[in-house]
Design a protein around this ligand. Structure first.
Ligand code: AMP
Ligand code: MG
Length: 533
C-alpha cells in the first residue's frame, strides 16, 4: 500500500526545481499517450507487495546525506521501492524522444523511470532521485514499466563500479526486490518466463538526455526548447553564467561535446561497451547512463558488442563508440539549430568533440602503455600492439596489468612473452608467426621503456592507476544474479567491496581477476544480452 507521509524522512530536503520551473503535462491521468507542450508528466510510482532490500551503496547514500542506519531503516526500503511518497516529493516522468539504431523513434520518455524529486545535499549539490522499474507512466507505450532483477543488479553494481573507476556516471543508491514476478522474453524468441521484479534508485545531478531536446525540436516547440536549454545551463552548468544568447547556447553545446568526448575516452580505456548508444541514452552532463546490455571487452576485439540485438549491424560495438557518440552529438546539434540558427557555429562547437576525444584518447593510450616521455614512433608501437591483441583472443584487462609487470631488465624473448601469456585464451593454439611477432613487439617495447626515464616500480604504479585489475565481467554479474535469485545476497556485497578499489591488487579477491571461464563463453547473460530487461 502506498502511504503519503506528511514528513520528509530525516536528512532528505527535497527541492523540485525541474517541475517547478518547467511546464508539465496538464493531463494528470496515468495513461499512455503523446505528451506535447510539456517536459514531464506528474506520475506516482506503483506500490509493490513486499519490498526487500538487496543492497545499497553507502557512498551514494553519503552523497545525499544518508547514513548507513538510514539505509537500513524500514522507511528507506519503502521509499526507494516506490511505496512511500512524502508530501515534499513531486514524482514525475520526463518526456524525451530519441534516435534508436540510427532512426528517429519519436516520443520515448521515462517509460519505467520515475523521478521522486531533487534534493540538495549538505554540500549544496543537487541530486535527482529516480526509481527505475517503478511502474507504468504516460511514456510506457506498450510495455509494463517494470524491471527485472538481472538487469537491475547489473545497473546497480556497474554504476558504482564505474564511479570507482573514475568514469563519469549516474550513481545507484539501492537495489530492492519488489516481491512481484515480471514476465520477460529474454531473447524475444517466444520463451517468456517469470522473473523476480526489482527497482533501482538511481541518482544523478540530472537525467536530462539528448532526446529531451530532440523531441521538442521535432515537435517545433521552440519556445519550450529554449526554456529547457536555459534551465539546463542555469542548473547544471553554472560556470557558463547563463544569458539567453546564442553564444551561451553554443558554449554550452561545446561543453556537452567535450564532456561526451571525455566519457568515451574513459570507456575505451577500460574496455567498456555500452551496448545501446541511442540518443535517448546519452546524458547532456556527459555521464554514462542507462546500463542495459553493456559489457566489458574480455578478448580485445574492436567489433565486439555485448548486445545480441545489435549483433548483426554491430553499430554499437567497442570500436564504433567514438563515432556513435559524435553521431548522437550531430542529432543534438540538429535539435539546437532552431534556437541557434548558425550551422557553421554548431559545426565548430562539434569539432570540440573530435579534438577532445583525440587528445584524451591519445593520452589514455600513452598512460596505458606507461609512456612518460614522447617519441615519434610511439603511435606505431601502440597500434601494432592493438593489432597483435586482435590476432588471438587476448584478455584486454589482464594484458595491460601484465604489461605493467614487465621488467625493463628482462632481455629474454621467452621470458617477456611468458610475462603476458596469462592473457591468452587459447595458449596452446598460438601460431608461430604470432608468437614471433609478439616477441618482437615486446623487445621493441622494452627498448622503448629503457628510454622512458622511469624505473619499473614507478612505471608499474602509474600503469596500474589507469589499467584496472578488476572490471565487471558479465559472468561475474551472472554469478551474482544466480545467487540473489537463490536468496543469497552476499556476492552483491562482495562485488560492491571489490569494485571500490578496482585498480588495487586486492589479493583476497584475485579469483575475480581471471579470464572469463569457458562455461561462460556462450551462456545467456554472460556473452549474450538483449535489451529485454
Ligand atoms: P532503453 O533501450 O532501455 O534505453 O529504453 C528505451 C525506451 O523504452 C525508453 O523510453 C524506456 O523508458 C522504454 N522502456 C524500456 N523498457 C520499458 C518497460 N519495461 N516499460 C516501459 N517502458 C520501457
Ligand atoms: Mg534508455
Amino acid at each position: 500500500m502506498q502511504t503519503t507521509f506528511p514528513l520528509t524522512p530525516p536528512n532528505l530536503r527535497f527541492q523540485n526545481r525541474f517541475v517547478e520551473t518547467l511546464p508539465g503535462d496538464s493531463d494528470l491521468r496515468n495513461s499512455r499517450r503523446q505528451v506535447t507542450q510539456a517536459c514531464y508528466s506528474l506520475v506516482k510510482p506503483t506500490p509493490v507487495s513486499s519490498p526487500a532490500l538487496v543492497a545499497y551503496s553507502p557512498e551514494a547514500a553519503a552523497e545525499l546525506g544518508l547514513t548507513e542506519d538510514d539505509c537500513r531503516a524500514p522507511w528507506f526500503t519503502e521509499l526507494f521501492s516506490g511505496n512511500l511518497v512524502t508530501s515534499t516529493m513531486k514524482p514525475y516522468a520526463m518526456c524525451y524522444g530519441g534516435h534508436q539504431f540510427g532512426s528517429w523513434a519519436g516520443q520515448l520518455g521515462d517509460g519505467r523511470a520515475i523521478n521522486l524529486g531533487e534534493i540538495i545535499n549538505g554540500n549544496n549539490r543537487r541530486w535527482t532521485l529516480q526509481l527505475k522499474g517503478a511502474g507504468p507512466t504516460p511514456y510506457s507505450r506498450s510495455a509494463d514499466g517494470l524491471a527485472v532483477l538481472r538487469s537491475s543488479l547489473r545497473e546497480f553494481l556497474c554504476s558504482e563500479a564505474m564511479h570507482h573507476l573514475g568514469i563519469p556516471t549516474t550513481r545507484a543508491l539501492s537495489l530492492i526486490l519488489t516481491g512481484e514476478q515480471v514476465v520477460r522474453d529474454m531473447f524475444y524468441d517466444g520463451h517468456p518466463k517469470n522473473e523476480p521484479g526489482a527497482v533501482v534508485c538511481r541518482t544523478s545531478p540530472s537525467f536530462i538526455r539528448f532526446g529531451n531536446f530532440e523531441i521538442l525540436a521535432a515537435r517545433r516547440e521552440y519556445d519550450l526548447l529554449e526554456q529547457l536549454v536555459g534551465y539546463t545551463i542555469k542548473t547544471d552548468f553554472p560556470d557558463l553564467n547563463f544569458a539567453p544568447t546564442v553564444d551561451t547556447y553554443l558554449a554550452w553545446f561545446a561543453e556537452v561535446c567535450k564532456r561526451t568526448a571525455l566519457m568515451i575516452a574513459h570507456w575505451m580505456r577500460v574496455g567498456f561497451v555500452h551496448g545501446v548508444m541511442n540518443s535517448d541514452n546519452m546524458s547532456v552532463l556527459g555521464l554514462t547512463i542507462d546500463y542495459g546490455p553493456y559489457g566489458w571487452l574480455e578478448g580485445y576485439e574492436p567489433t565486439w558488442t555485448p548486445n545480441t540485438t545489435d549483433a548483426h549491424g554491430r553499430r554499437y560495438c567497442y570500436g564504433n563508440q567514438p563515432y556513435m557518440a559524435q553521431w548522437n552529438l550531430v542529432q543534438l546539434a540538429n535539435a539546437l539549430f532552431p534556437i541557434v540558427k548558425d550551422e557553421q557555429a554548431l559545426q565548430e562547437a562539434l569539432d570540440q568533440y573530435r579534438l577532445t576525444f583525440q587528445q584524451q584518447w591519445q593520452r589514455a593510450l600513452r598512460d596505458k602503455f606507461g609512456f612518460k616521455t614522447t617519441e615519434k614512433d610511439d603511435d606505431k608501437l601502440i597500434s601494432s600492439a592493438l593489432d597483435l591483441l586482435t590476432r588471438t583472443e587476448t584478455d584486454m584487462t589482464i594484458f595491460f596489468r601484465q604489461l605493467a609487470s614487465l621488467s625493463i631488465r628482462e632481455t629474454s624473448g621467452e621470458a617477456l612473452f611468458a610475462a603476458i601469456s596469462e592473457a591468452h585464451y587459447q595458449p596452446d593454439e598460438l601460431d608461430d608467426e604470432y608468437v614471433r611477432d609478439m616477441r618482437n613487439w615486446l623487445h621493441l617495447y622494452r627498448l622503448r621503456l629503457l628510454r622512458n626515464e622511469s624505473e619499473d616500480a614507478e612505471r608499474r604504479a602509474a600503469m596500474n592507476r589507469v589499467n584496472p585489475k578488476y572490471v565487471f565481467r558479465n559472468y561475474l554479474a551472472q554469478l551474482a544474479i544466480d545467487k540473489v535469485e537463490a536468496g543469497d545476497f552476499s556476492m552483491v556485497e562482495e562485488l560492491l567491496e571489490l569494485f571500490r578499489h578496482p585498480y588495487d591488487e586486492q589479493p583476497e579477491f584475485s579469483r575475480y581477476a581471471v579470464k572469463r571461464p569457458e562455461w561462460a563463453r556462450n551462456r545467456p547473460g554472460c556473452s549474450m544480452l538483449s535489451c529485454s530487461s
